[in-house]
Each structure stands twice: as structure tokens, then as C-alpha cells.
Design a protein around this ligand. Structure first.
Ligand SMILES: NC(=O)c1ccc[n+]([C@@H]2O[C@H](COP(=O)([O-])OP(=O)(O)OC[C@H]3O[C@@H](n4cnc5c(N)ncnc54)[C@H](O)[C@@H]3O)[C@@H](O)[C@H]2O)c1
Length: 322
């Protein structure tokens, strides 16, 4: 079994790749190492993956024609975990074209690559809880309508799901989309609130808290998210199920952003200086995952409380950032 992981130098891509390599699988990673955030963090993740003999890496832009084919020319790819994307909700408001290219054209290139790969068994790709946008019914279920995106990022992720549905219909190869809910943890993303807050609090700088920290998030610890991805990745095709399916991966336990701040305060031993700001365009007030479907089909059961996950993050952060 060989898995092509797109976005292998990214946060989730690194962790998924490491777990696959740890158990002896072969992984071919691809990433363009773009400077959206510290490239040093991306290369540090790659260094960790290069310790395994069964890891191969190619630098390239997945949106470019032929890049995926060239990167895997001598490989026998059976699985694809497609995580490369321009992530970050707020950045999509000022930089829409990057999102169209990486998330929409990039997803199409992955679909075309898969459709021409006779040995492919399963494409698992990242969508996002953002697709639930302005929905008010909680928790968010995969069966809910998702046609009220509140950011371009969300619209690109929904477009990916629809393109996948069309390719499953036309060509029948197996695909599973995953709607991730605020994944956090060691080697995480510097543009996300838990990292920005930790960084600012350690410097004694103010943190920007939107809507008085009332917004709730279904924070999902990285190891729980990876367990979910791997159970889906490894599952055999079930002929009674459609070729294309979508699952939420969340913690099923939304917590106020304010609680994340108080947990970081006690882990870091500092009182946060808070700059209060109104809710931001593109932000969702509340995210909560209904995880019944993934629990039922893949026995998924996240078990990391926010306090434990943040403790692991802070401990790694102190080592990495000094
Ligand atoms: N982390 C979360 O909370 C979260 C939540 C919802 C969805 N997601 C989705 O999960 C996936 C992984 O997210 P992440 O948090 O690891 O983000 P990340 O930014 O750390 O990882 C994405 C990686 O993709 C690479 N990349 C971007 N565009 C590329 C391109 N055109 N060609 C090749 N590589 C490219 C980046 O360099 C980066 O290393 C993304 O699709 C993201 O939208 C993440």
C-alpha cells in the first residue's frame, strides 16, 4: 500500500504521514512549501518525515498540470490523502485568487490524477466545518443543507465536495470527504487562535479576542483527527455504500473560545491582556460536529479534552519556539 499525501509539510499532512510511516506504509508527499506561514515550520515537519526510509518528498504546486503524475511516476499509489489547500478563513477575504487556484483547481487536478490511476483504491480529501457557514441548527450534520458559505474559503471547500460528487458519479472511484472541525495540537498552524494567543501571551502582548470570546468551537485534537482519517483510509470499499461519502471529524464537545484563553493562562502561568473586538466577517459564531455517522461507520471516538490537548501543544511550543 502506498499513499500519496498532498500538503505533507502541512499540519495535518505531517501527522497523517507520520502515523502511516510509523506503521510501515510507504508515503509519497507533495507540498509547494508556500510562505503563507513560517516555511521553517514546514521544513521542520519534513525533517521529521525524512527520518523514515519509506518516505519520498516532491516539492510542487498541485494546481499545475502534470505535477502529481510526475511526482508519482515510479510509484504504485493505492491511496491518496489530499490535504493541500490554502487554509485560513480570514486570509481568503483579501487573497481570493490563491484559494481558487490551490483549493479548486488543485482539487480538480487531484480528481483527474485519481481518475487516470488504475491502482487507486481510495481518495480521502479535506473539506471543512466552514461549509456549514450560516447554518443555525446545531450540531452540524452531514445531512444538513450547506449552501450559505460565509467565506470564500468555505465556498471553495463546498465546491470540492461537489466536484468530487460529480467525479464519483461519472467515474465511480471511491472518495471520502472529511469536514474537519478546528484541529489543533503540536506542530500546529501559526495562523490559528490557540497559537496566536500562546505567542502573544508569552510576549506579554495583547490578544485579539473577537465577540468577547463567546464564540464556541468544536476543538479537535490532532491525534483524534488522525485516528479518524486513518480508519477511513484503511476501510475496505463497501459495495452497499455510495462511491462518494462525507463525514464530520470533530470532538462533539464545543467549548467557548474564552475557555481556551483561561486554559492557556493556567498552562503558561500568565494573565492574558485582552483587546476586545467585534465578531469578524467570515467567522462562524458556533461550530459543533454531529459525529454519529463516523462513530457508526468507523467506530470513531475522540477522547482528548481541550485541557490535555492544549497542554501537549504548549509543551511542544516551548521546545520549538524556545
Ligand atoms: N487545521 C484545521 O483546523 C482544519 C479545519 C478544516 C479543514 N482543514 C483542511 O485540512 C487540510 C490541511 O489543513 P492544515 O491545517 O494542515 O493546513 P496547512 O496549511 O498546515 O497545510 C496545508 C499544506 O498544503 C500546502 N499547499 C497549499 N497549497 C498548495 C498547492 N497548490 N500545492 C501544493 N501544496 C500546497 C501548504 O504549503 C501546506 O503545507 C486543508 O485542506 C484545510 O483546508 C483544516
Amino acid at each position: 500500500m502506498t499513499t500519496l499525501v498532498t500538503g505533507a509539510a502541512g499540519f495535518i499532512g505531517y501527522h497523517v504521514s507520520r502515523h502511516l510511516l510509523e506503521r510501515g506504509d510507504r508515503v509519497v508527499g507533495i507540498d509547494d512549501l508556500n510562505p503563507y506561514y513560517d516555511v521553517g515550520l514546514k521544513t521542520a515537519r519534513l525533517e521529521g518525515l525524512r527520518r523514515y526510509d519509506t518516505f519520498a518528498f516532491n516539492r510542487g504546486d498541485i494546481a499545475e498540470e502534470g505535477v502529481l503524475r510526475d511526482a508519482t511516476r515510479d510509484e504504485h499509489i493505492t491511496h491518496v490523502v489530499h490535504l493541500a489547500a490554502q487554509a485560513g478563513v480570514r486570509h481568503s477575504i483579501d487573497n481570493p485568487h490563491v484559494y481558487a487556484r490551490s483549493n479548486v483547481v488543485g482539487h480538480l487536478q487531484v480528481l483527474e490524477y485519481c481518475r487516470h490511476n488504475a491502482s487507486l483504491q481510495h481518495l480521502v480529501y479535506a473539506s471543512s466545518s466552514s461549509v456549514y457557514g450560516g447554518n443555525t441548527k446545531v450540531p452540524f450534520s452531514e445531512d444538513d443543507r450547506v449552501d450559505t458559505p460565509v467565506s470564500l474559503y468555505a465556498a471553495t471547500k463546498r465546491a470540492d465536495e461537489l466536484m468530487s460528487a460529480s467525479y464519483a458519479h461519472l467515474y465511480g472511484f471511491r472518495q471520502t470527504g472529511i469536514r474537519f472541525f478546528t484541529v489543533y495540537g503540536p506542530l500546529g498552524r501559526p495562523d490559528m487562535a490557540y497559537w496566536l494567543f500562546t505567542e502573544a501571551m508569552r510576549r506579554g502582548a495583547p490578544i485579539r479576542l473577537f465577540d468577547a470570546g463567546r464564540g464556541k468551537r468544536d476543538f479537535t485534537y490532532i491525534d483524534d483527527a488522525v485516528k479518524g482519517v486513518l480508519s477511513i483510509h484503511d476501510s475496505p470499499r463497501d459495495a452497499s455504500r455510495p462511491a462518494h461519502a462525507i463525514y464530520n471529524i470533530g470532538n462533539n464537545r464545543p467549548e467557548p473560545v474564552g475557555k481556551m484563553v483561561s486554559t492557556l493562562e493556567s498552562l503558561l502561568g500568565v494573565k492574558a491582556k485582552i483587546e476586545e473586538l467585534p465578531a469578524q466577517p467570515g467567522d462562524m459564531a458556533y461550530t459543533a460536529a454531529d459525529i454519529d455517522a463516523i462513530q457508526r461507520d468507523f467506530s470513531f471516538s475522540p477522547d482528548t479534552p481541550l485541557e490535555t490537548g492544549l497542554e501537549a501543544f504548549v509543551s511542544w511550543y516551548r521546545d520549538f519556539c524556545g
